[in-house]
Design a protein. Structure first.
Length: 452
């Protein structure tokens, strides 16, 4: 009788435990489903099990493509999670834990909430000066305040005068989005304001998907190049240590997304231009001026070792491409060399380098999609300085003017990630959007993200 009563008393406890377990599983399922929805893999806010499973396979496939890795192991793990009814628990473990990724998800929710706000008609506002009026000024004022997460005082909500307060808001908006803080409604600012919210939301989702390219945690020494931001960031132990401006590929010759690494650098490198540059630029330049390539430090180096470099006086007796069956065109080290003073020797990079450049004036440009695909790094010596011991860096600096090519080993592996993040969120939660220089955000989810 006592055993029977004890069993009856335990029944409610067992029921509560079962309910608690079911509730925890539901929360985990919703957490995974919300993640898939934020990244655009899942369209339905309240999906069924089949939809979550299908979106999970899309997630695995997209991550494998972005990481340039086979999807076999991840697919097998996903299959097992589905078969053991542990998909949600497996999925939550796949969510990137980077702080900026989490901030970007919060920014997505904010943008979705702001999507219902009307956009100002900017056309009649172009060229307005201090003290001038138009009804759309009030709409612009309210829009700028909403973007900054601010509430306007009552006397400003409907004020339609172009005044110092509006100029201040406009400057703050421009600064947040890395535009020139002129306080004027210039073309880049107007273009950004006029961007439909639906497009901004999709660009944020696109950026969230790009985070899948990175490993679950950055290695001890890591470089992230954000292509549309024209910036290189060096991380040591997951902390930002150095940021440098870069030049990336033109839209016709884009810099590809890539995961690579290096353990050596080349000092005073020579340069072997690829056929595309030879045919598209160097041969036409040589036809126009037969002395130009010689003056720029190019040489015709024989394929057969031991043979002398071809004298340019002899080379000019024939069309330049006549010699390509027996010689390669190389640019020797020096002030005119396209790779500058330093080159990082990336592995499996398909002739894409991170390197110095003699054309430092190009870093004054705001939009720096100017190269043939390689990444040109401003002040690359400062990067070498943080990678090398002080004595080795001193020797490197002394080698700069010798024009002697040397390869220097680094006593650690530096991992390199060439990424394409359109949306960035700083520690204050401020969202900034980079220009989609290669128009990649319009790609659909199933496209091979790296077929550029």
């Amino acid at each position: 009788m006592r055993i029977w009563l004890a069993w009856l008393l335990l029944l409610p406890c067992a029921s509560l435990l079962a309910d608690a377990g079911s509730s925890a599983q539901n929360r985990t399922t919703m957490q995974w489903a919300n993640f898939l929805h934020d990244l655009g893999f899942l369209a339905d806010t309240y999906p069924n099990t089949q939809a979550i499973e299908a979106a999970s396979y899309e997630f695995v496939n997209a991550r494998a493509r972005l990481r340039f890795s086979p999807e076999t192991k991840a697919t097998q793990a996903l299959n097992q999670a589905i078969s053991t009814n542990s998909l949600a628990a497996w999925g939550v473990e796949q969510i990137p834990q980077y702080q900026e990724f989490s901030r970007l998800r919060q920014a997505l929710k904010k943008e979705q909430a702001l999507a219902a706000l009307p956009l100002p008609n900017l056309e009649p506002l172009i060229g307005l000066k201090l003290g001038q009026q138009h009804p759309e000024v009030a709409v612009l004022r309210r829009w700028l305040a909403s973007q900054a997460g601010q509430s306007l005082p009552s006397h400003l909500k409907d004020r339609h005068v172009w005044d110092p307060a509006l100029i201040h808001s406009l400057k703050a908006f421009q600064t947040q989005h890395e535009l020139t803080p002129s306080g004027k409604l210039d073309q880049p600012t107007a273009r950004l304001i006029s961007t439909p919210k639906a497009k901004r939301i999709e660009q944020i989702r696109f950026t969230l998907r790009q985070w899948l390219q990175l490993p679950s945690q950055l290695p001890e020494h890591s470089i992230i190049v954000n292509i549309p931001q024209f910036q290189l960031d060096y991380y040591r132990n997951q902390r930002l240590h150095l940021s440098l401006p870069v030049i990336v590929g033109k839209s016709a010759t884009p810099t590809p997304r890539m995961n690579s690494k290096f353990r050596s650098i080349t000092i005073n490198p020579n340069w072997t231009p690829p056929p595309s540059i030879i045919n598209g630029e160097l041969l036409p330049a040589h036809r126009k001026d037969p002395y130009q390539l010689q003056n720029r430090g190019f040489e015709l180096v024989p394929y057969q070792s031991g043979e002398p470099i071809l004298d340019w006086a002899i080379a000019r007796e024939q069309p330049l491409n006549h010699w390509f069956s027996s010689h390669s065109l190389k640019q020797k080290p020096g002030k005119n060399n396209a790779l500058g003073f330093l080159k990082l020797n990336l592995t499996q990079s398909n002739a894409i380098y991170l390197h110095d450049t003699p054309n430092q004036y190009l870093f004054r440009e705001t939009t720096r999609a100017l190269s043939h695909g390689c990444v040109r790094v401003k002040n690359i010596e400062s990067l070498a300085q943080v990678l090398l011991p002080p004595s080795e860096y001193k020797n490197l600096a002394l080698s700069k003017d010798t024009n002697l090519t040397k390869m220097k080993m680094i006593n650690r592996t530096i991992f390199v990630y060439l990424t394409y993040f359109l949306a960035r969120v700083d520690v204050n939660g401020d969202l900034s959007m980079n220009q989609d220089i290669y128009q990649l955000s319009e790609d659909n989810l199933t496209r091979d993200f790296n077929s550029q």
